[in-house]
Every structure is written in C-alpha cells, then in structure tokens.
Design a protein around this ligand. Structure first.
Ligand code: NAD
Length: 356
C-alpha cells in the first residue's frame, strides 16, 4: 500500500508551488511574509506516547490553538502514523498547526513543552512497584533524549505513578525543579469540583477546591479551603446538613479517588478529562497565564515535609512560561497537614527504592 500524506510523497515537487499563486507586492524587494526576519518564534509541543491519553492531550492542545507545531512520538510506527494522519485530516476545521511524528525522539527537537504519557499500564496481578520499575526503565530511554534535544523545554509528566515518575524525570533530565512538573492532582481536583458543583448546582469553574498530595490513594481533600463565591463551603454544608461529618467527607474523597477506577472499569482507560486538564496546564505554561493549579512539584520544605526529602507531590502552584513560578503556602488544618506528610512519606519511600 502506498503510504503518502502529502503531494510531495506522491512525487509532486513542492518546490516553489505557491509562487504560481502569489507574487510579492511592488517594492517588497522579494521578501515574503514568512521570511526569516519576520517570522515570530513558533511554539512547539511534543507529546511522547500517542496512546489514549497522549492523543486526547494532543487533540485538545490542537483545538485550543496552543502550539504552532505538535510532534507526536510513539514506539508503534503504524499506530503513530495513523493517529497523525487522522488529526491532519481535520486541518480544514482547525487552527493551522504543523503535525509531525516519528518513533525517533529527535523529532521533538526544539520543543517548548514536552509532555510524557508513554507508560506501561498495570497488568493483572502486577504490583505498583513492579509497574514503577517498568516505567522508570521507559523514562531512562525517553527523558535524557528529550532533554538533549530540547534543553530549554518544560517537562510535563503524565504517565503513572505520576509523582514518582516526575521525581525520576527531574533526576534524569538534570533540569531545575521549576521546569519539571507532574500533572498530579489537577485531574483529581477537577473531579472533586465536579462533585461539589453538582451538589450545589453551580458551575464547577466557580468551585475553588483542591486535592493535594499523591495523585492516587493517599491524596488529601483540603476541605478547610473549599469555597464558592468566597464563602467557605464546609461550614455552610455542616450547618445545613448534619451528615457532613468526618466519615462523610472521607466518603466523598474516596469517591473522587475511585472515579478513575470506575471510568477504567467501564471504558478501559481515561482520556477526555486528562486531555482537558493537561491542555489547561499547557495554556498557563506556554502563554504565561500564571494560573494556579494543583500539580506535582518538588515539595521539600513545604508543610513540614523534611528538607532532605526530594519528594514530588501536588500543591497549588503558579504556572507561567518559565514553569513553576511559586507554590501557594495554603493553610492546612492539623489533620490535613498530617495526611499530606503521610502521603509524602509513602512517595519518598518509593523514590528511595529506585536508587537514582
Ligand atoms: P496507552 O497504553 O493507551 O498509551 C501508552 C502509549 O505509550 C502506547 O501507545 C505505547 O505504544 C507508547 N509507548 C510505550 N513505550 C514507548 C516508548 N519507549 N516511546 C514512546 N512511546 C511509547 O496508555 P494511556 O491510557 O494513554 O495511559 C498512558 C499513561 O498515562 C499511563 O501510565 C496512565 O496510567 C497515565 N495516566 C495518567 C493520568 C494522570 O492524571 N496523571 C490520567 C490518565 C492516565
């Protein structure tokens, strides 16, 4: 089967095809509107791992017009090419974005943002630690090459277990911690806000609520800071419904954590919500929007986490063009702080076992 995605691949010389259609205006001295001196700096995003999650992210970044070029990388060449062609065929309906793909990480050269979703998923009966070892082996191939091709890039890790892998990416890249970010509990927080918004019948964007700590079982719901329209939600819920006791709050946190497992058991994987969640992070980073998102950052020294523990976990962070611009020193109750430190301890134990 002839594989061709452009006329030049079919044997037509692209050469100077556009000169048959366009001429410079008089007195332009031959300069074209795209001449090097006029061209602005283009934004390039790479997505490594073109699976369910990687493609949902690429598609959302494309629709939101966040990049001039998107490079897709995957280990499976046919699937990769199929995904790229499928997106290219939507060009007539989308902002103009150059799409390239390759199994070779050199295609990511010059990225402003590199998003890593390549990762093995747990196989039945496999421990998380074993999965972790397999994904660390994968990152050993990916991260140093990405760092070499794009030494100024921001690295955004999405593959799981995301907090430990963000630590691994930080170690392997040699990048400053401000340029290595994990998607962390941004998605968990969005699920939390959705549940609360449904209950209060308001728009989820107007619910300020954070899950912090591990993206996973030990995440901490920061009930003490949940607010809507500047009003503390927990206080009013407890005043109006007596059932909002500790047990009920833990039940809600648990259902946020379990909602990922529910989606996976129903459709096999999660994709749309993580796609939107990561595209929002990309927007704040690439456009220097300085929005605050709960993402996995180097958390040593925050909330009593020992300064010698290089653990990555989620805290609300201000994101801009140079990465993590700062971490909000949010107020936690004693219990929330205790849970966060417990989450940090478990994650740090995992990191230490890797011997990096
Ligand atoms: P998937 O199996 O659909 O995709 C993974 C892709 O990675 C595959 O296409 C595979 O060919 C590719 N790959 C494997 N080795 C590679 C290599 N060396 N180089 C390039 N590509 C390689 O899985 P998915 O559903 O897309 O999930 C991807 C990861 O994202 C998983 O680790 C999953 O747990 C994680 N995830 C994280 C979050 C979060 O909130 N952080 C949410 C959902 C999923």
């Amino acid at each position: 089967m002839k594989k061709a995605s452009s006329l030049s691949e079919l044997g037509f010389d692209a050469g100077d095809a556009s000169s048959g259609f366009f001429r410079p205006v008089a007195g332009d001295g031959g300069a074209t509107p795209t001449s090097a001196s006029h061209r602005r700096r283009l934004t390039k995003v790479s997505v490594i791992g073109a699976g369910n999650v990687g493609m949902a992210i690429a598609q959302t970044i494309l629709t939101r017009d966040l990049a001039d070029e998107i490079a897709l990388v995957d280990a499976l060449p046919d699937k990769l090419r199929g995904e790229m062609l499928d997106l290219q065929h939507a060009a007539a309906f989308l902002p103009r974005t150059r799409l390239v793909s390759d199994t070779d990480l050199a295609v990511t050269r010059g990225s402003d943002l590199a998003i890593v979703t390549a990762g093995a998923r747990q196989i039945p009966g496999e421990s998380r630690l074993n999965l972790l070892q397999r994904n660390v082996a994968l990152l050993r191939k990916i991260v140093p090459a990405v760092a070499e091709h794009s030494p100024e890039a921001l690295l955004l890790i999405v593959a799981n277990p995301v907090d430990v892998l963000t630590y691994v990416a930080w170690k392997l890249s040699g990048f400053p911690a401000s340029r290595v970010i994990g998607s962390g509990t941004n998605l968990d927080s969005s699920r939390f806000r959705f549940l609360l918004a449904e209950h209060l019948d308001v728009n989820a964007q107007d619910v300020q609520a954070y899950m912090v700590g591990e993206h996973g079982d030990s995440s901490v719901a920061v009930w003490s800071s949940v607010s809507v329209a500047g009003m503390p939600v927990l206080k009013s819920l407890q005043a109006s419904h007596r059932c909002f006791d500790e047990e009920a709050l833990e039940g809600i946190r648990r259902s946020v954590v379990d909602s990922a497992y529910e989606v996976i058991s129903l459709k096999g994987y999660t994709s749309w919500a993580i796609g939107y969640s990561v595209a929002s992070l990309a927007a704040s980073l690439l456009r220097d929007q300085r929005r605050i998102y709960p993402v996995s950052v180097l958390a040593r020294g925050f909330h009593g986490i020992p300064p010698e523990n290089d653990v990555f976990l989620s805290l609300p962070a201000r994101l801009g063009r140079s990465g993590v611009l700062g971490v909000a020193e949010m107020e936690l109750t004693e219990e929330e702080g205790k849970r966060l430190r417990r989450s940090a301890k478990t994650l740090w134990e995992n990191c230490q076992q890797l011997g990096l």
